[in-house]
Design a protein around this ligand. Structure first.
Ligand SMILES: [Zn+2]
Length: 156
């Protein structure tokens, strides 16, 4: 017996495996902007895979510090790459990230943005080394202007 359906999506099903994965934080305030960036700048349509945890790529920096978190993330990313034949990894960090702020993942010498950018660079270097056949891109999303504030992306 099948359960009664309560909703039917109007979005056509596309069985093709996406070749791009976007790695970002879960913070929903940035989601629409990241999706727009994905479509209009990265040209990777909304069909791109999306791997999101609080703090984005931060677990991939924890190889030595918290290997459990590192391995959780790494195993899932590797499994996705294997299943989908991923050719491109796009990691996006964002301004005012609660994960970084609450865990004070920055020192008095390094501000929050500097720490996130350093993490993006560190993870990208490691991914390029371990997955040489995959293109790795990194970006930082932040607010610019006032009334209204706009979300802008810069390459890292
Ligand atoms: Zn965040």
């Amino acid at each position: 017996m099948t359960a009664a359906t309560i909703f039917e999506s109007t979005v056509p099903w596309n069985p093709k495996r996406p070749d791009t994965v976007i790695i970002s934080c879960v913070d929903g305030r940035w989601r629409a902007h990241i999706q727009e960036f994905t479509v209009n700048y990265l040209k990777a349509d909304l069909h791109a895979d999306f791997l999101a945890v609080p703090g984005g790529i931060e677990p991939l920096t924890l190889f030595d510090l918290v290997p459990k978190d590192f391995n959780f993330f790494r195993r899932r990313l590797e499994s996705l790459i294997e299943a989908h034949g991923t050719k491109r990894i796009v990691a996006i960090a964002h301004q005012d990230c609660a994960w970084y702020k609450e865990r004070r993942l920055f020192s008095f010498k390094l501000d929050l943005r500097e720490r996130q950018v350093a993490d993006l660079k560190k993870v990208a270097a490691r991914l390029r080394e371990t997955l040489p056949e995959i293109t790795v891109e990194t970006y930082f999303a932040r607010l610019e202007g006032k009334d209204p504030e706009r979300v802008v992306f810069e390459p890292v």
